[in-house]
Design a binder for this molecule. Structure first.
Ligand code: IPD
Ligand code: CA
Length: 266
């Protein structure tokens, strides 16, 4: 079975197992702080267990890097890393806001740039986004590309959750100049929407994002033709450690990238 198929299957199983509990009391149960540093909720635990059980069942020889469960070595002859954010947008999932997803990626080495496959499933409706390196990005079987044409409404995605006053000051001119800024609360799904051409740029400069939140988005955005940079405007890359936190800019083209960068305060 191809790695992509394994991730797609695992993702479908998450959807089946959590779709009826989002927004219910069952979703919220507190399991203490997970490996990624946030409280693990019952819905996170159910989703991660779904993936771990499935990978064990098919004897997939890998090391899992889960946001809640941490590093789980499923074999000593590992083929690579499954980078798992089984529920991205946990707060939305617990409250029942229909914007949360699963994010599963496979990397052959300890770095983002070695990711070969990624799958993001919108867990409020089962829509699936996926990509494999050099094979394009897809949304429910249709190939997707970032938005190339001049849009009717320019949509600027900016993650501002918990942003510092310094960052808000830096970004302020963007909010003033653009009437359609957006932030939905699940970075992976926002990257998928961007890759599908529904946003023209998506920025997260808070230095808070974990590898698990962006691993699948990384390959989907790149395969959809997006420009993906770090906060120094270098190609985004990072190691897969639990300490790593990144900032990034995903832009549909050079023009919007230049425009947004020029608007940020130095
Ligand atoms: C969160 C989401 C959210 C971002 C947070 C992340 P989680 O992931 O991606 O959009 O603002 O920084 O922690 O915790 O729900 O997996
Ligand atoms: Ca999560």
């Amino acid at each position: 079975m191809e790695v992509l198929e394994i991730l797609r299957e695992a993702s479908k199983k998450i959807y089946e197992n959590v779709k009826d509990i989002a927004g219910t009391d069952d979703a919220a149960g507190d399991f203490g702080v997970g490996a990624g540093g946030d409280i693990s909720r019952n819905i996170d635990i159910i989703a991660e267990k779904t993936v771990l059980d499935y990978l064990k069942e098919i004897n997939f020889e890998c090391v899992v890097l889960g946001e809640e469960c941490g590093r789980v070595e499923l074999s000593d002859k590992s083929k690579g890393f499954v980078i798992m954010d089984a529920i991205d947008g946990s707060a939305n999932a617990v409250r029942g806001v229909p914007f949360f997803c699963s994010s599963l990626a496979f990397a052959t080495e300890d770095k983002l740039s070695s990711i070969t496959d990624g799958v993001i499933t919108n867990l409020s409706n089962g829509d699936m986004y996926w990509a494999s390196k050099n094979k394009g990005a897809f949304f429910n079987n249709n190939q997707i590309k970032v938005h190339r044409k001049d849009p009717i409404y320019k949509i600027v995605g900016i993650n501002t959750s918990g942003a510092s006053i310094q960052l808000m000051n830096k970004l302020h001119p963007i909010f003033e100049k653009h009437n359609h800024t957006r932030h939905f609360g699940a970075n992976a799904l926002e990257m998928a929407l961007f890759a599908r051409g529904l946003m023209d740029i998506f920025i997260d400069l808070r230095d808070k994002i974990r590898i698990q939140d962006i691993a699948a988005g990384y390959v989907i955005v790149k395969e959809a033709g997006g420009i993906l940079l770090d906060s120094d405007l270098k190609p985004l890359d990072a190691d897969l450690s639990y300490e790593t936190r990144v900032s990034f800019i995903a832009a549909a083209n050079q023009e919007i990238l230049d425009e947004i960068i020029s608007q940020m305060k130095k």
